[in-house]
Ligand binder design. Structure first.
Ligand SMILES: Cc1cc2nc3c(=O)[nH]c(=O)nc-3n(C[C@H](O)[C@H](O)[C@H](O)COP(=O)(O)O)c2cc1C
Length: 195
């Protein structure tokens, strides 16, 4: 099972990355390791110039290709998703997200641009072939508090929405232990059912 987490914020103390980490860690516990990448994985010049032929872009495409699930996080900048993330997505193939489950996450200064995921990021994900884009989670700055060390405290409502989003992804994936390993007879006797 392959899951990749793409961080779209350039900030070292990033709230959207905190949302991403939470979801990635929860999915890693159930489905195994999650690969993580961000803007720092592409040299700035290649990002700005959209250097599709560059080595970093090739490595990016290689890492995204095997993923069944893509978690993608962005800050809201000027009522849209972050330009750095757009520059990274520009380096993918046209159908790079086809067949993948995509969970978008975003943080904004306020709720004013709550719909930015819907009108700005989701159309781009769709243009890259994604057909299974989950509802996503948007948090305001006040709902994600970062301590000195950058550890995040989420408001209860955000934690619940993150947990629901993680569950939605999990339900679409096979568990780490294949279901075939269930012994129906044993399961039934545990549940005190007759089969
Ligand atoms: C250049 C810039 C533009 C921003 N524009 C908006 C905006 O239009 N709407 C909004 O709600 N927040 C805006 N913000 C606030 C960020 O979205 C908010 O601080 C967010 O939590 C940052 O995410 P990060 O910590 O993951 O980088 C902007 C911040 C910056 C630096």
């Amino acid at each position: 099972m392959s899951i990749i987490a793409i961080a779209g914020s350039p900030s070292a103390r990033s709230r959207s990355n905190a949302l991403l980490r939470y979801a990635a860690q929860a999915l890693a516990r159930q489905h195994g390791a999650v690969d993580s990448l961000g803007l720092q994985d592409i040299c700035a010049e290649d990002l700005v110039q959209g250097n599709y032929a560059g080595q970093d872009a090739a490595r990016l495409r290689q890492r995204v290709a095997p993923a069944r699930v893509v978690l993608i996080a962005t800050p809201v900048y000027k009522a849209s998703f972050a330009g750095g993330l757009k520059a990274l997505l520009d380096l993918l193939d046209q159908t790079a997200l086809a067949g993948k489950i995509v969970l978008p996450l975003a943080s904004g200064g306020s709720a004013a641009h709550l719909l930015a995921l819907e009108y700005s990021l989701k159309p781009v994900l769709s243009a890259l072939g994604a057909r299974h884009i989950l509802a996503g989670v948007y948090a305001t700055e006040a709902q994600v508090r970062l301590d000195e060390a950058g550890q995040a405290q989420f408001d209860e409502s955000i934690r619940e929405r993150l947990d629901a989003a993680v569950t939605a992804v999990s339900l679409l994936l096979p568990a780490r232990e294949p279901h075939a390993s269930y012994d129906l007879g044993r399961l039934a006797s545990r549940l005190q059912l007759a089969v």
